[in-house]
Write a protein that binds this ligand. Sequence first.
Ligand SMILES: Cc1cc2nc3c(=O)[nH]c(=O)nc-3n(C[C@H](O)[C@H](O)[C@H](O)COP(=O)(O)OP(=O)(O)OC[C@H]3O[C@@H](n4cnc5c(N)ncnc54)[C@H](O)[C@@H]3O)c2cc1C
Ligand code: FES
Length: 307
Amino acid sequence: MTATPPPVGSRGNRREGLLTEPAPRAANRPVQRVVEVLAARPVGAYVELTLAAPEVAERAEPGQFVAFAVGGPTSAHLLRRSIAIAGAGGGAVSVVVAPHGPGSTWLAALRPGDTVDVVGPLGRPFPAAPAGATAVVVGGGYGAAALVGLAAQLRDRGHPVAAVTGAASADRLCSVDQLSAVAGAVAVTTDDGSAGRRGRVTDALADLLGDAGVVYACGPMPMLRAVADAATAAGVPSYVAVEESMACGIGVCMTCVLPVVGEDGRTRFSRSCTEGPVFGGDRVRFADVGALPWDVVGADAMGVVAP
Ligand SMILES: Cc1cc2nc3c(=O)[nH]c(=O)nc-3n(C[C@H](O)[C@H](O)[C@H](O)COP(=O)(O)OP(=O)(O)OC[C@H]3O[C@@H](n4cnc5c(N)ncnc54)[C@H](O)[C@@H]3O)c2cc1C
Ligand code: FES
């Protein structure tokens, strides 16, 4: 049986000095490889794939993702599908796939011995926590898988770690046991009350924000917005790994842009594939995602005027 690789970035499969500011580094240059599926394991409503991808595994940092070609060599699906890296180590990479459209359904149907074309790792990782800060990781659905490695990394660096994970229903929860192993207790919420506390992750987060020095979140965009808003209101910095629709995944097509406020206070369209997917939670203008705000840099050149 093939073991699931350790969480990406956890002690034992990475060198020291793992958490970095989110800046491109030579060590993170992606590779494109056709890799073998070592294992495919159902996890509730999802499928966890383990891939023999040593060059991706050795470069991966928590928060990064891979992009799969889907449908096989003669596929009409030209666009790669982005999936967060859940585990990396021992020459293998794991991902958790939620089947819904043609690409994700094809991925979830892969079986041991199949091969798949993958590019990665892509994007910028989660940044370091402030010295001594208690970190709270908040995962929604399969987004929780991408936080296990981060939680392990934070723990290894001496940060107290608390975890919250939530989903619509029990079968859509993910990585609860793995997060428990790292963070001790995990606060679990479900919308329908089928597991843990009935409600949203922000209900459980509210109990933890008093002691938190930083919040990290991965999950659906509405959840990220709610988590970022709650953290900002409590005066706690947050980092969110956004899931914006992507096409090229490598910074060329501008499909994945969203309005992000820079250090100078001005809003620019940032590419979530290369400048993200991790952004400061208080920097993303969630209310304007998908829109063209009048005050975004360059909007005047497109004829957009202030209201
Ligand atoms: C950084 C990142 C990490 C992700 N991590 C995961 C993960 O760990 N597990 C997982 O199951 N899914 C993840 N997703 C979402 C996944 O990429 C989409 O569900 C998938 O591309 C949909 O493809 P499809 O052919 O099944 O569906 P379709 O809806 O037919 O997709 C068509 C196109 O729309 C885009 N698209 C559709 N839905 C999404 C979405 N939710 N997010 C981004 N692009 C979308 C894709 O680029 C795709 O090319 C992630 C997305 C991003 C951007
Ligand atoms: S997906 Fe093409 S620039 Fe980001």
